[in-house]
Structures are given as structure tokens and as C-alpha cells.
Design a binder for this molecule. Structure first.
Ligand code: AMP
Ligand code: GLY
Length: 424
């Protein structure tokens, strides 16, 4: 296998790190990558949606497999573009096509799919500008808080949770009439609020069979105690202590299996990773959202727990040999804590020199850049400190000790990753 990974986050570093141990550095390329990914393969300075240049690079370098890390290239149709081109149609793109990618890029598409498959999720209706009044009436039938979701991709900002009916009506109008989130809010999903604790499960699939990967919980808010603005993710833990055998069974029977079966049934051309964003309500898992790729920072804790070969799973998916099963993983806890730039997720400065004074274990890079012999910050989320431990506490202690050996101006991180899980 000669593989090109698309992306530049700690997720892509974790994937490249795993693959390096299986197929060797000389067979791994990352576009555009970061200062960590180049330790596991070769960085290629091409944007993830620059399909013409990606194709040229693949043909010149005998790339046979592409693994898109983020949703960006999938939603832009990377698979369709390669498959519709005679020169590149034999390159295996391990992702859904653009239509199937709507499971993430369109909330309305995803909700309709769940409804058809009888998959537990919040009750909802979709509205457009010409049905704004019906939207108001639907809001009146719900009890607070109210959940409004821009249909399209809105950089993680398109979901509003509002406590008063008046506010909810006003926001619905703003989204539909004034396109508050641009074209993403030309259509809005209004849904029932679900009260519970969130977690995620992941599957690798060829569209028919799947391997269930370890579950994880991420921490999205900037502030401790889950306060403040949403971020790309401040930390993650795997396994999830409240994910009992009973919840696991319900998740498989009610969510994972009907989702995978739904692909064929509804002509959804799916392969790659499925990210099930779930919420546990009174002991029952429900789907909050699908993503059509792995999570970040969840990947940074799932991948280190995986005992199986990731490249073999991808090869099996390519050859139609994938067998439905639960992935073999180590029982250790994995935790990751992100060091972020001061000011993130709002304004922050790049270009701060990073000092790392330890014989580093697994430090996954995100917003980092090498200039000559120095390492500098190059993004809001900078480094993910992943560690394993026999207990949640052991793993967390190691992650925080590892972060103690990292330093850059204005570096911050959450000190409470995993604390809420200690009561389970
Ligand atoms: P989404 O982009 O759909 O994942 O929504 C972003 C976040 O909003 C989720 O991670 C949840 O924390 C929250 N959220 C979304 N939908 C609901 C819902 N129906 N009930 C409660 N919280 C929700
Ligand atoms: N951690 C959430 C995401 O990757 O979207």
C-alpha cells in the first residue's frame, strides 16, 4: 500500500503514526500535513480540495490509496472526482462519495435517513423560508430548550440551543430569512432537546461489513466544567466508563447495524469511517449526528488502543474481504489533552516557539510548523498529549506530566479532562 492521507491535524498524525509501524514511512504521504506527520511519512504541500494537483501527485508517486481525514475533501467530492477520471479511477479512495457524505454535510439528509431506518434520534422537522410559519408552530409544540440546526456545514457553529420560545423563533427567522449561516441555513432542522451525556462510537466499513472501533468521549468546550465556546476538541478519553455491555448491545442493535444496513438499502455509496455522535438518555443511546470520518481528538485515543493492523482493515475493505467484528483493542485507558494557543477559539497568534523537553512518548501534532531546526505554533490547537494507563487516573496523570514538558508563549489547556467520568 502507498497511501496519501488528507489533512493536517493530530488525527492525521495519529493515523500516519499507526500506519508507519505497519507499512513503513516510505509508503506514507500526508497533504498538507504538519511538523509531526513528516516524522511518519512525507508531507506534500497540496490543499485537501486541490484535486487536480492531488491527482498529479498520486500518478507521479504510485499512490494506490487515499484516506481523507476531515470532511472537507469528502464534502467537496474527492471520491467522485478521482473515480470519474480515467487516469485516477483505480486509486482506492477510502471515503464515502459526495452524495453519501451528506450524512455529515446535511443535517436534514441525516435525519431523514435515521427516520427511514428507525434509528433513535431526537424528534424533528425541517423548514425552509417558505415554511417559516410552520416552523414557528412546530416550535410551539416543543418544550424548552429549543434546538435549531443549520442544515449545511457551518464550521461547527450552526447549532443553536435556546432557552426561550421567543428567542428560538427569532433565531429561526434570522437563519432562514437573513441566512445567518450563509447558504448552510437556507434549510433548518428544528429538533427536540435531548438531555444526557454524550459519547461516540466509530466503525470502519466497506459499506456492507464493518469493524467496530473503540468508543470515546471528547471535551468540546474551551473552559473547564464544559463552559465557554465550542472548540475543535480539547481532549478525549477511551474507553468510556459508562459504556456498559447493555449500552453496547443497544448501540449495535439499534444504531450501528441499522445504519450500515441502510447504506445498501438507500443506495448510499459508503465506505470509510462512520462516526456515531451519541447521547445517552435514561440508559438509551440516541444519535445526535453522523460524521463521515474519524473524530479529532477521538482518533488520538482510539488509534493507540487498536491492536489490529489499520492498513490490513483498509486492504480488506478494498478487496471486499472485510469481516464484521469488534476490533481487538488493548484494555488500557488512553487519554489525550490538547495544548492550545492563548485566545483560541477566538483570536490567537501563530509563530510561537515550542519547547519540548522530554523523551517524548506520543505527542500528536496539530497546529505546528518546523522552520529550520525550530518548532513553532501554527494553529489554535497545537499538540495533543496522548498517554496510556492501567486506569483512567494513570493515563490522565501521564498526559498532564507530558504536557508539563511542553511550553510555548500563552499555551493553555483544560485541567479537567476525564474528571466527570470518575463517578461511573
Ligand atoms: P451537532 O453539530 O449536531 O453535533 O450538534 C452540536 C452539539 O449540540 C452536540 O454535540 C450537542 O452537544 C448539542 N446538540 C445537538 N443536538 C442536540 C439535541 N437534540 N439535544 C441536546 N443537545 C444537542
Ligand atoms: N471531535 C468531534 C469531531 O471530530 O467532529
Amino acid at each position: 500500500m502507498r497511501i496519501l492521507i488528507l489533512g493536517s491535524g493530530a488525527r492525521e498524525h495519529a493515523i500516519a503514526w499507526k500506519l508507519e509501524s505497519e507499512i513503513g514511512k516510505e509508503n506514507i504521504f500526508i497533504a498538507p500535513g504538519n511538523a509531526g506527520t513528516c516524522l511518519c511519512g512525507e508531507n506534500v504541500n497540496i490543499a485537501v480540495t486541490d484535486f487536480d494537483n492531488l491527482k498529479r501527485f498520486c500518478l507521479q508517486n504510485d499512490i494506490d490509496t487515499i484516506l481523507p481525514g476531515s470532511e472537507e475533501s469528502i464534502a467537496s467530492g474527492v471520491r467522485d472526482s478521482f473515480e470519474n477520471d480515467d487516469a485516477t479511477k483505480n486509486i482506492f479512495i477510502f471515503s464515502p462519495d459526495k452524495h453519501a457524505g451528506q450524512l455529515e454535510s446535511s443535517k436534514a439528509f441525516a435525519k431523514k435517513f435515521m427516520q427511514k431506518q428507525g434509528i433513535p434520534t431526537a424528534a424533528y422537522k425541517t423548514f425552509k423560508l417558505d415554511s417559516l410559519n410552520e416552523g414557528y408552530r412546530f416550535l410551539e409544540t416543543l418544550s424548552p430548550p429549543y434546538v435549531l440546526k443549520a442544515d449545511g456545514l457551518a464550521a461547527g457553529k450552526g447549532v443553536l440551543i435556546l432557552s426561550s420560545l421567543e428567542e428560538a423563533k427569532h433565531e429561526l427567522q434570522d437563519m432562514l430569512q437573513n441566512e445567518k449561516f450563509g447558504s448552510a441555513s437556507q434549510s433548518v432542522v428544528v429538533e427536540e432537546f435531548l438531555d444526557g451525556i454524550e459519547f461516540s462510537v466509530f466503525a470502519l466499513t466497506d459499506g456492507e461489513n464493518y469493524v467496530l472501533l473503540p468508543e470515546a468521549k471528547d471535551y468540546k468546550r474551551i473552559g473547564e466544567g464544559d463552559k465557554g465556546l465550542n472548540t475543535g476538541g480539547m481532549g478525549a478519553v477511551s474507553p468510556v466508563p459508562f459504556y456498559t455491555a447493555d449500552i453496547h448491545k443497544k448501540t449495535l442493535d439499534q444504531i450501528v447495524i441499522p445504519t450500515i444496513q441502510g447504506f445498501k438499502k438507500h443506495h448510499i455509496n459508503y465506505r470509510g469511517f462512520v462516526f456515531f455522535g451519541l447521547i445517552l438518555v435514561n440508559g438509551d443511546p440516541k444519535v445526535i449526528e453522523y460524521n463521515v470520518r474519524l473524530g479529532d481528538p477521538e482518533t488520538e485515543v482510539i488509534i493507540p488502543r487498536l491492536k489490529e493492523s489499520l492498513s490490513s482493515m483498509i486492504e480488506d475493505a478494498k478487496a471486499g474481504l472485510l469481516q464484521t467484528r469488534i476490533a481487538d483493542s488493548i484494555s488500557h485507558y488512553a487519554t489525550t489533552v490538547f495544548a492550545v494557543s492563548g485566545g483560541y477559539p477566538e483570536k490567537y497568534e501563530n509563530g510561537k516557539m515550542i519547547q519540548i523537553d522530554s523523551k517524548v512518548k506520543t505527542l500528536f501534532h496539530a497546529g505546528t510548523k518546523r522552520v529550520d531546526y525550530g518548532l513553532y505554533t501554527n494553529g489554535g490547537r497545537v499538540l495533543a498529549a496522548t498517554c496510556l494507563g492501567n486506569s483512567l487516573d494513570d493515563a490522565l496523570n501521564s498526559s498532564y506530566t507530558l504536557l508539563d514538558s511542553v511550553n510555548f508563549e500563552n499555551m493553555t489547556f483544560r485541567r479537567d479532562i476525564g474528571q466527570d467520568l470518575k463517578t461511573y
